[in-house]
Structure formats: C-alpha cells, structure tokens
Design a binder for this molecule. Structure first.
Ligand code: PMP
Length: 405
C-alpha cells in the first residue's frame, strides 16, 4: 500500500507518548458479571472487571435480554435503512416516546450512540440559530467538543465548573446574540457533578439555552433514573438533554430529548441522524426494557445499592490509606500521578491478580493526575472489594508508590 510511512509515523508518535492502546479481549458470561475470561496470546485467565460503564449490570439483566430475544425473533437483525428509508420500527417509536416521558419532554430522538447524539445535535444548532455562541465547560466530552467545533458557531470555553468565569464570558458578549451553555451532569474522570442550578440561573439571566449531557447519570440518579436534573428537581430548566443507552441502560445508542419543535428541526437537519442506518430494533427493544425497569421500584433499589457500593469502596480505599480522589458520585478515581506507574499498576493487577481496571493517562486527564478509575456495580461484593484493596496495596508497595508522596 502507498503512504504507509505516514501511518507508521503516527503510530510511532503514539507509542513514544505512551498513548498506545491495547484492548483486552473479554469473554463475558451471562449472569456472572463482573467476572469474565480474558484471552491473551499465551492463554486465558478469569478476571474481575472494575472499569465497566455497564454501571448497574443491566447488560446482563434477564428482562433486557429476553426482550432482545423477542425482538430479534420477530424483527430480525438490522433495521434495514435510515429512519427515513424503511428504518423506523415500532421499537424506535416506542423508545423515543419512553425517553421523552422519562425526561418530561415533548419529544426525543434516537441516534446510534451518545457520541453521535452530541456531535450531530451541537453541530446542527449552529446551522439553526444564526449568530449563535456556545459556552462549553472545559471538561466536556470529546463528542461535544467535536460538535461545537463543527457547528460553525462562535464558542467560548469556561473553566471547569467555574460559574464566575462563565458569567464573565456571558457578560462580555452581545446580549442580543442567541446563546447555548453546554455542560455535563457527572464528569466521568473526576466523578464530580456539574453546577446545574447555578448554570440554569445564568442561562435564565442571559437568555441562553441549556444543553446537558447526562450520559454518566441516566439510569442512576433521580426518582425514575432520568439523571441528576431529575434528582435536583431542575429537569424543566434543561432545554436539551442528551443521554446514552450504552452505560447504565446496558445496551447501545444515544438520544436527545427536548421540545417537539427542537427535536423536529434536529431530526430534519442533523446529517449524523439523517444519513445513517438506524439502530437495530433489537437494541431499541433492549433499551426500552431497561429504561422501563429502571423507572420502577426495582430501579430505585438498584440505584440505592449502587450508591452504597461506591461509598463502600471509597471507604475501603480511605481505610487502607490509598489516595482516593474526592468524588461525590458513583465513580471512584484513585490517584497515581505518574503515567508509567499507572500503567504498571494496571498491568500487574491484571496479570498477577486477575483484576481488570484500565489506566487513565494523558490526554484523557491532565499530566500528573494519572489514575485508575473504578466503577463498582451493584454486583461487586465485599469479598471482591477486599481482594481489590489487598492487591492494590501489594502492587502499590512493589512500585514504590507508598514512598512517592
Ligand atoms: N458523553 C460523555 C460524557 C461520555 O463519557 C461518552 C462516552 N464515554 C459519550 C458522551 C458518548 O456516549 P456513547 O458511548 O454512547 O457513544
């Protein structure tokens, strides 16, 4: 092939910066999450997964799986087209209704992933709203950043969760120009909450729309699992909410929910929606079953157990003297502060102890804040936690991290 050198050079750079990614090949076993079998070139080993975003284990839930079996048996595999060209099924329609209802909005729109939802929606806002300015939290996800860049709108980045900085940026701009403030409810690497009420107040004061990514919160927060906005009682102050079906809901896909007119305009103009084959009916069926279940008392119980597990793990880390970062959410980051040792810690946990947790290094997090990010689910038990803490302590010492501070 021609031009291979360019690819080799690009890979060389990634390697030299320590950013080369190796995927662990996992054989999951239905009903045994968080246990799985990891396959390596020289064999297999049983592992406990500590870094899954299937936060509640819904990807293994019997009701979800059964609904997917029913859907595939009756509808077949793929959707057969874009939404406009034969790719809309009863499941798509019902799922969008369910999502709108969950978020107390007039309408919702499905995309093939949360990434596409953010990218397609934000990039289209710039085409709909003339002279738009988008204000974006510094730690917003890559999919939002990409959409904002492609929107053609002017944008300003405010320091993470710094509402004073956001205010000063808003004050600096022409009050007649339309504005959107884009932010997240749970930031995935630090596990902190967005300052939702203050941002909504600023949006009211400066006549801006609010765009909220609830990807790391849907299914897990609020009375019915609609997210942090529901938990805080401010769902009606969020103009466009975006979520994923691939994390707590355990399946795959993404969506936005808003006023019917907004959804209609995005549906009619967003190329990431219009020109792409729609989600498989089986995915929509699974997501529908998952959302419906998580809206009930069963969901409320699962959410309570989930929060308790996260609190328990944080406490165990603290008791063991490990530098758990100050996260108020279900995300449990452990600060390592060095890329090589972070990777070595993760590798040793995997190969010597059967504990799978991916290292989080630059550029995902700032240099010097490299970490392991744990996501305990309702099915991680105390024995697994104790094994985890013991293994970390052993490797921590081995790597000299106990002396690093
Ligand atoms: N938003 C945030 C904050 C995310 O962390 C992610 C994925 N990790 C996405 C959007 C994209 O969602 P999905 O995985 O469904 O594409």
């Amino acid at each position: 092939m021609k031009h291979l050198k360019a690819f080799e050079d690009a890979l060389g750079n990634i390697h030299s910066e320590g950013r080369y990614r190796v995927f662990i090949d996992l054989q999951r076993h239905k009903g045994r999450f968080p246990k799985a079998t990891a396959r390596f070139e020289d064999g297999e080993r049983e592992v406990t997964i500590w870094c899954s975003n299937d936060y509640l284990g819904m990807g293994q839930d019997d009701d979800v799986i059964n609904s997917m079996h029913d859907a595939i048996d009756s509808f077949g595999a793929g959707s057969g087209g874009t939404r406009n060209i034969s790719g809309t099924t009863r499941y798509h329609v019902e799922l969008e209704r369910e999502l709108a209802d969950l978020h107390e909005k007039e309408a919702a729109l499905l995309f093939t992933s949360g990434y596409v939802s953010n990218d397609a929606t934000l990039s289209t806002l710039g085409k709909i709203m003339k002279d738009l300015i988008i204000y974006s939290d510094q730690l917003n996800h890559a999919s939002m950043i990409e959409g904002i860049r492609r929107s053609g709108a002017d944008y300003r980045v405010f320091r993470h969760n710094d509402v004073d900085h956001l205010r000063s940026l808003l004050e600096n701009d022409d009050s007649d120009r339309p504005k959107v403030i884009a932010f997240e409810s749970v930031y995935s690497m630090d596990g902190d909450f967005g300052r939702m009420k203050e941002i909504c107040d600023l949006a009211d004061e400066f006549n801006a729309l609010t765009y909220l990514d609830e990807v790391h919160a849907v299914g897990m927060y609020g009375q019915e699992g609609a997210g942090v906005a529901q938990m805080l009682g401010v769902a009606d102050r969020i103009d466009i909410v975006e979520g994923t079906l691939g994390k707590a809901f355990g399946v795959m896909g993404g969506y936005i929910a808003s006023k019917a007119t907004v959804i209609d305009a995005i549906r009619s103009m967003a190329s990431g929606f219009i020109f792409s084959t729609s989600t498989c009916p089986v995915m929509a069926a699974g997501a529908l079953a998952s959302i419906q279940k998580l809206r009930t008392d069963e969901g409320r119980k699962l959410r309570a157990i989930h929060q308790a597990k996260a609190a328990e793990l944080k406490q165990k880390f603290r008791d063991a003297g490990l530098p758990v970062m100050d996260s108020p959410s279900h995300i449990v980051p452990l600060l390592v502060g060095d890329p090589e040792r972070c990777k070595a810690l993760s590798d040793t946990l995997l190969f010597d102890f059967g504990i799978y947790v991916q290292p989080i290094n630059y550029p995902t997090v700032p240099r010097g804040t490299e970490r392991l990010r744990f996501t305990p689910s309702p099915v991680h038990d105390a024995v697994m936690m104790d094994e985890l803490v013991e293994a970390i302590l052993a490797v921590w010492k081995q790597l000299g991290l106990d002396k690093a501070a």
